[in-house]
Design a protein around this ligand. Structure first.
Ligand code: NAP
Length: 299
């Protein structure tokens, strides 16, 4: 069996064409969606991710505003800026690019973003809402994976799903989202004993560990759907995922390539969340000045 490719670039293009229509509809109501991007320091990977996000905004007609801070900046400077963005009318989404330098408490910064503008979905309110299955803004990477899975036409309900990686931004929210769709979910992490013993039973295998070559063909069930979230830059400059792509492709039924799979969808779902936020403001579901998060209606 040779797996069919799940083409993230193609799906992202289709979604973005629809986004432009939503931007036009918002614009007819006098609303131009706006995303504030907060970047601390000059980490080359963060610079690249942010540049992609800014480009995607421009592509869809969403305004983006860069807020750059020096590597040595104080936490209060960030908190003050976020407080101002929280009440700024032209800003519908606030994104703080991670990681932040060690003098800054990332949790405190993420918690300072008003829930109505938390388009990355990292605020505790949105994390908790995910647990009960009605978050306003699902985190972008697992949200993108969910849409990629839908393109296969396979219902995840009742399937054995194995998620390799248990981070707060990918693995854990991914597991919650699939559990909500009635999959039987196993989450593996660095302490998991005999990883292959779990992965071999997966009808759907989602890998987000950041370890090139972690998943070999013999660890994959014949006919499985394999989603590779990993992004690893090799010494020769190649970008690869966590899955041994060619041999695994010979066993799986569907597989995402790296690059061109999950990556384009992550950025696209950020735009989806920003548009959803602008629509919530336009529809009177979100307000300036913001409500305390305990008064925000569930999504
Ligand atoms: P992370 O915070 O480093 O988390 C990695 C997770 O994988 C951790 O839970 C870790 O376990 C687990 N892990 C590491 N080695 C493992 C092993 N040998 N066996 C089993 N589990 C293992 O990384 P992340 O932010 O979730 O990102 C994961 C990967 O996805 C990275 O390559 C990142 O670049 C990529 N990524 C891609 C996108 C995209 O848009 N395509 C978006 C986000 C991230 P412990 O918890 O026990 O340490």
């Amino acid at each position: 069996m040779t797996a069919q490719l799940i083409d993230g670039r193609h799906l992202a293009r289709r979604l973005r064409a629809r986004f432009r229509e939503r931007v036009a509809a918002l614009s007819a109501r006098g609303v131009v969606p706006g995303l504030a991007v907060v970047l601390v320091g000059d980490n080359p990977a963060s610079e690249l991710y942010v540049a992609n996000k800014v480009k995607a905004c421009a592509d869809c007609g969403v305004r983006s505003f860069m807020h750059r801070f020096h590597m040595d900046c104080r936490e209060t400077e960030l908190l003050d800026r976020i407080a101002a963005l929280n009440v700024e009318r032209g800003t519908h989404g606030i994104l703080v690019q991670l990681p932040l330098p060690p003098q800054i408490n990332a949790r405190r910064v993420l918690e300072s973003i008003v829930v109505d503008k938390d388009v990355d979905g990292f605020h505790l309110y949105n994390v908790g809402a995910l647990v009960v299955g009605n978050s306003i803004f699902p985190p972008c990477t697992p949200y993108g994976v969910q849409l990629l899975l839908e393109t296969t036409g396979i219902d995840v309900a009742g399937k054995n799903v194995v998620v390799v990686g248990a981070s707060n931004i990918v693995g854990k929210p991914m597991a919650l989202m699939l559990l909500q769709r009635e999959a039987t979910v196993t989450v593996c992490h660095v302490k998991t004993r005999d990883l292959a013993q779990h992965t071999i039973h997966a009808d759907i295998l989602v890998v987000a560990a950041g370890k090139p070559g972690l998943i070999k063909a013999e660890m994959v069930k014949e006919g499985a759907i394999v989603i590779d979230v990993g992004i690893n830059r090799m010494a020769d400059g190649r970008i690869v995922g966590d899955v041994d792509f060619e041999p695994v492709r010979e066993r799986a039924s569907w597989i995402t390539p790296v690059p061109g799979g999950v990556g384009p969808m992550t950025v696209t779902m950020l735009i989806e969340n920003t548009l959803r936020s602008a629509e919530r403001f336009a529809d009177g579901e979100a307000f300036h000045p913001p409500q305390p998060f305990w008064q925000v209606p569930a999504g």
